[in-house]
Design a binder for this molecule. Structure first.
Ligand code: ATP
Ligand code: MG
Length: 383
């Protein structure tokens, strides 16, 4: 860029004219709209971009009131709104609605600065048309929204897929056992002893029970509308209740595992759905058994603190990797170190749901290779 030395200029009138032209050229080549107006809002000057942004031509805007460009000022007879607006947009400016000549409304950035010229206030406004920017913003938002939807959809599909593969696996095993038992009865029934037959019937019963349980689990998990009102609650003595569950399991595992119980002297009662709670506690105990080596004992402890019953179930088993802990209570979630130990990953989700419905909580603490402790807290009765 070049400039002339002021002293070179002979004629001040010419000099003024030249700098006016220069200023106009600069203003006209700006991409931002510039317009000046007086205290009443009457437009005195507007650059080419300003005229273009509002959809006018030539000098059409000169002498008009800026009210025709800003719909919020349309009924501004008292000038009060103009003053308020000037306050709002002075300095850093603000986003406003603009109105084009054809009536279309568009988003714009509008910043005003005030100058005093010959005891008169003159306002200079800088205007940017935000239509494109808004459009781009909307596109970015839309893209983001679609991505989230897609992600959700993918998540759902993953859950569905793992659900189907888990379910088909888990359903197939007992079904195969039932089929085997029934074909044994059909083909060898008349040659089998009464005892053998009884055993085969038992197998069928057990597998049917297992299947029923599995289907019940899935139904519980898929019932999002469970409110707790459906619970069949009664007040029970927790120690007797826990001891019964342990005894039952000890029988099921044919006494091969040592299941210890530690109670307290205090009688602790709770209002619970006996069946649902049994399902939760049994899963915690069978987990402790199946995820620890055969000789290792499993402990159940019942305690009381601040109107709450605390049940801890701990083992000295394989533990749970830290990175698997956050999703452990989600349906079908299984830790990476389960190896060949069978499971569906529904037990803990059901336990969690049971605790939520009882106004309680369940948490886990685990050390890989050392063992795991699940802690249940339930509101105690009568306190
Ligand atoms: P099921 O639906 O038959 O109970 P599961 O036992 O695999 O199957 P959950 O009881 O929900 O499912 O447990 C989820 C996962 O948490 C398990 O697969 C296992 O990885 C981990 N886990 C739970 N309890 C223990 C434990 N005591 N020790 C180590 N890992 C455990
Ligand atoms: Mg389990």
């Amino acid at each position: 860029m070049s400039h002339r030395n002021v002293t070179d200029m002979a004629n001040p009138q010419q000099e003024l004219e030249t700098s006016k032209q220069l200023l106009e050229a600069i203003l006209d080549n700006l991409v931002d709209g510039i317009l000046t107006f007086d205290e009443k809002g009457v437009i005195q000057l507007v650059n080419r971009a300003g005229v273009y942004i509002f959809g006018y031509e030539g000098d059409e805007l000169i002498g008009q009131n800026i009210r025709i460009l800003i719909p919020s000022l349309a009924n501004d007879a008292s000038q009060k709104e103009l003053k308020e607006l000037l306050k709002q947009v002075s300095g850093l400016g603000d986003e406003l609605e603009g109105q084009r000549k054809d009536g279309r409304i568009f988003p714009m950035y509008f910043a005003v600065s005030e100058v005093n010229l010959d005891h008169q206030k003159v306002y200079t406004a800088i205007i940017q048309d935000f239509t494109e920017r808004k459009f781009m913003e909307a596109q970015v938002w839309e893209k983001e929204r679609l991505n989230i939807e897609l992600e959700k959809e993918r998540g759902l599909r993953d859950v569905k897929n793992s659900f189907i593969s888990m379910m088909s696996h888990d359903l197939k095993t007992p079904l195969a056992a039932i089929r085997l038992a029934s074909s044994m009865l059909r083909n060898y029934g008349d040659r089998s002893s009464a005892e053998e037959k009884e055993e085969t019937y038992d197998t069928i019963d057990q597998q049917v029970e297992h299947l029923t349980e599995l289907i019940n689990d899935v139904m519980i998990i898929s019932r999002q509308d469970f409110t707790g009102a459906e619970l069949d609650r009664e007040i029970i003595d927790l120690e007797t209740y826990c001891r019964d569950i342990i005894e039952e399991l000890q029988l099921a595992y044919r006494m091969k595992r040592t299941l210890n119980f530690n109670g307290t002297d205090r009688r602790i009662e709770a209002l619970i759905d006996v069946k649902m709670m049994r399902r939760a506690l049994t899963n915690l105990l069978t987990n402790a058994i199946k995820y620890s080596p055969e000789g290792a004992p499993v402990n159940m402890e019942l305690a009381y603190a601040d109107c709450q019953a605390i049940i801890k179930i701990s083992d000295h088993g394989i533990g749970i990797p830290q990175e698997d802990l956050p999703r452990l209570f989600e349906p079908f979630s299984r830790a990476s170190n389960v190896g060949g130990i069978p499971g569906t990953g529904l037990g803990l989700a059901i336990a969690k749901q049971a605790m939520d419905l009882h106004g309680g909580s369940i948490t886990v603490a685990s050390e890989l290779g050392k063992g795991t402790t699940f802690t249940i807290i339930l509101p105690a009765e009568d306190c």
